[in-house]
Design a binder for this molecule. Structure first.
Ligand code: NDP
Ligand code: 8X3
Length: 257
């Protein structure tokens, strides 16, 4: 049964990878979308594609989740018809580098922590009050299996994804007397531009991340997001971990030669 038709879904980092796949998957279900990211041209072309293919309503916000005042102002300025947000997908995020933690630059540390943790907090704090007005909603945080166990070269990224888990758990407690649900989705290796960003444009290194293993696709993750948010309202999936068949955890991957 499709409970998602006509719902309004707010997605951060909607221009690429998992966020983009979620946008397409919700559009296919007939949801209306608020798409956000920093790249206005990609937002515009995605909006045009979704309206043309699915006839849904789409609103775009050029938004850097790390800028708290921008987040607050832009969410306040949403048109009334987009202010009843049913589902929030906190997806924008990144890793930078695989250096030992004490070699990482302060700028990279700030970017990763500000995006993955503070961005999620700013967006959630701006949107949850809107959900509370109707005592309904679903917050989906895109965490990672990286938050369950650290791996070499991932200390900062893994710490931010552990924070996604702890924040999700705390938020679920804060909202326990409401109808708002909170789900932390924790994928393993997903082939997107994530590694291109992590390796700062080094495509060879990025490609090697997925060598010898059939990684998850962003559509695989979107399918799970759709599943979690399409369940009856009495059902709250607290966490879902998902990995490619040949990945056991953040440290353990079997690769074909
Ligand atoms: P991509 O690099 O493909 O996409 C990242 C998206 O985030 C882009 O749309 C980008 O858009 C947006 N974004 C980045 N920084 C900001 C910012 N400051 N403000 C707003 N938007 C921003 O990565 P993925 O799709 O793979 O990653 C999405 C999420 O999934 C991340 O949280 C990541 O940690 C998580 N994840 C990824 C896994 C993987 O293996 N790929 C596995 C597990 C979790 P723009 O540049 O236009 O702003
Ligand atoms: C991203 C997946 O395994 O590269 O969360 O850390 S991994």
């Amino acid at each position: 049964m499709n409970k998602l038709y006509g719902k309004t879904v707010f997605i951060t980092g909607a221009t690429k990878g998992i966020g983009r796949s979620c946008a397409l998957a919700y559009a296919e279900k007939g949801s209306n979308l608020i798409l956000t990211a920093r790249s206005s041209d990609l937002l515009d072309s995605l909006k045009e594609e979704l309206i043309r293919k699915y006839g849904i309503k789409v609103f775009t916000l050029v938004l850097d989740v790390t800028k708290s005042s921008d987040v607050e102002e832009k969410i306040k300025s949403l048109p009334e018809s987009f202010k009843k947000i049913d589902i929030l997908i906190n997806n924008a995020g990144l890793a930078l580098g695989v250096d030992k933690v004490y070699l990482a630059s302060p700028t990279d540390i700030d970017t990763v922590v500000d995006t993955n943790i503070k961005g999620m907090l700013y967006i959630s704090s701006a949107i949850i009050p809107l959900m509370l007005k109707n005592d309904s909603g679903h917050v989906v945080n895109i965490g990672s299996i990286a938050g369950d166990c650290a791996y070499a070269g991932g200390a900062i990224y893994c710490a931010t994804k552990a924070a996604v888990k702890t924040f999700s758990d705390g938020l679920r407690i804060d909202l326990v007397d409401t109808k708002i649900r909170v789900t932390n989705i924790k994928p393993g290796l997903v082939e997107t531009e994530f590694s291109k960003v992590r390796f700062k444009g080094d495509l060879e290194k990025a490609k090697n991340t997925y060598k010898g293993i059939e990684a998850l696709t962003p559509n695989d993750v979107a399918d799970v997001v759709i599943y979690a948010t399409n369940l009856p309202e009495n059902v709250q999936l607290t966490e879902i971990a998902m990995t490619p068949n040949h990945q056991a955890d953040g440290r353990t991957v079997h690769r074909d030669k």
